[in-house]
Design a protein around this ligand. Structure first.
Ligand code: KG4
Ligand code: ZN
Length: 347
């Protein structure tokens, strides 16, 4: 008997639903919330309200596209944690109501585990054990994945996430939120070796991006003359603006290159230390073209296998919840209807 799962993702500002049959994704419908752009970041209260409006049409669309009726479902999976609590509650209550109404089991999914397991969606997939660099707006982790249910964090950021590093740098450059994709766009025509931002010296496999952010702040305040703060280096507002306008592609390319080398140097270290040569990317920042290119190059240089999910499975989406839900279904890992949600949680 095929296993058919409906999955719901609502952890942040995307309302998404997906249907998968035996691990094959039949639909993955995502409603973005444009409302946050004008506030320069996600506003939790507005996100919850938008989920309330979106959830019924998004789930209906996912079922319709997949050609599956609710009675044909075997289980309902949903994102339980981590995320914005109000947003998580909308998806979890909807999933619970469906499970209760249909008399089907409920599957609670960890959002970060799902980002990693998005690598199991394509036909060309990594073999276990593999390492996954998960890079999103809220997380930066190197995860050892020994099976769909055995995941261990080997390293993570001690301050900002990689996506935040992109978005905060973009904000300093006067670019709108989320600035990551814009840095990527401008970097395409820039010289990445023009400006040299420092690489933090953090022991082990952990990451840090706050020092980079501070050096970019001073660099811009000084109109490119120095990376450190000194009153006499400080440029006027006019000089700062002109410097950014005339050098935007080179600044973006240099920032992007530094973020990418910080990420990949640690992933390389993890691969060398563990001897695992199956490497995956996950999370919204894996849409970054500089990261994708350098990641592929690292694999070719070292003879390692590299995997990146399709773009729609990298940013927040319900297909990754569905594939995780499918593996949990096979393992008989179901949740009671009383299960809660959590803003923070370990795998
Ligand atoms: O995984 P995601 O969609 O949401 C969560 O944070 O869970 O990741 C969003 C992050 C944002 O910080 C966004 O700026 C970044 O991914 N991002 C990018 C690119 N596309 C998305 N950063 C750099 N280059 C991109 N092309
Ligand atoms: Zn995410």
């Amino acid at each position: 008997m095929p296993v058919t799962i409906l999955a719901i993702e609502s952890s942040c500002d995307e309302t998404s639903a997906s249907v998968c049959v035996d691990g094959k994704i039949l639909s993955n419908f995502i409603a973005n919330q444009a409302i946050h752009e004008r506030f320069g970041g996600v506003v939790p209260e507005l996100a919850s309200r938008a989920h309330m409006q979106n959830i019924v049409p998004v789930v209906s669309e996912a079922l319709k596209t997949a050609g599956i009726s609710p009675s044909g479902l075997d289980a309902i999976a949903f994102t339980q944690a981590p995320g914005l609590i109000g947003s998580l509650l909308v998806g979890s209550q909807f999933a619970k109501s469906m499970a209760l109404g249909l008399g089907k089991p409920l599957i609670a999914v960890h959002h970060m585990q799902a980002h990693v397991l998005a690598n199991l969606i394509p036909e060309r997939r990594p073999s276990f054990p593999f390492l996954c660099l998960t890079v999103s707006g809220g997380h930066t982790q190197i995860v050892l994945c020994q099976s769909p249910s055995r995941l261990t964090i080997l390293g993570e950021t001690i301050d900002d996430a990689a996506g935040e590093a992109f978005d905060k740098s973009a904000k300093l450059l006067g670019l709108p939120y989320p600035g990551g994709p814009l840095i990527d766009k401008y970097a395409k025509t820039g010289n990445p070796d023009r400006f040299r931002f420092p690489e933090p010296k953090i022991a082990g496999l952990d990451f840090s991006f706050s020092g980079l952010k501070t050096s970019i702040l001073y660099f811009l305040q000084n109109a490119g003359t120095s990376l450190v703060y000194k009153e006499e280096f400080r440029a006027t507002e006019e000089e700062r603006k002109t410097f950014i306008e005339t050098n935007l592609p080179d600044i973006c390319a240099s920032i992007q290159q530094r973020i990418v080398t910080i990420l990949l140097n640690k992933l390389k270290k993890a691969a060398e230390e563990t001897g695992i040569n199956e490497l995956c990317l996950a999370g919204g920042v894996s849409a970054n073209s500089g990261l994708r290119e350098s990641f592929g190059q690292l694999g070719r240089d070292k003879g390692w296998n590299t995997y990146i999910p399709a773009f729609e499975y990298c940013t927040d989406n319900a297909a990754m919840i569905a594939i995780t839900g499918y593996h949990k279904f096979l393992a008989g890992d179901f949740a009671p209807l009383s299960v809660g949600t959590a803003a923070r949680a370990e795998f």
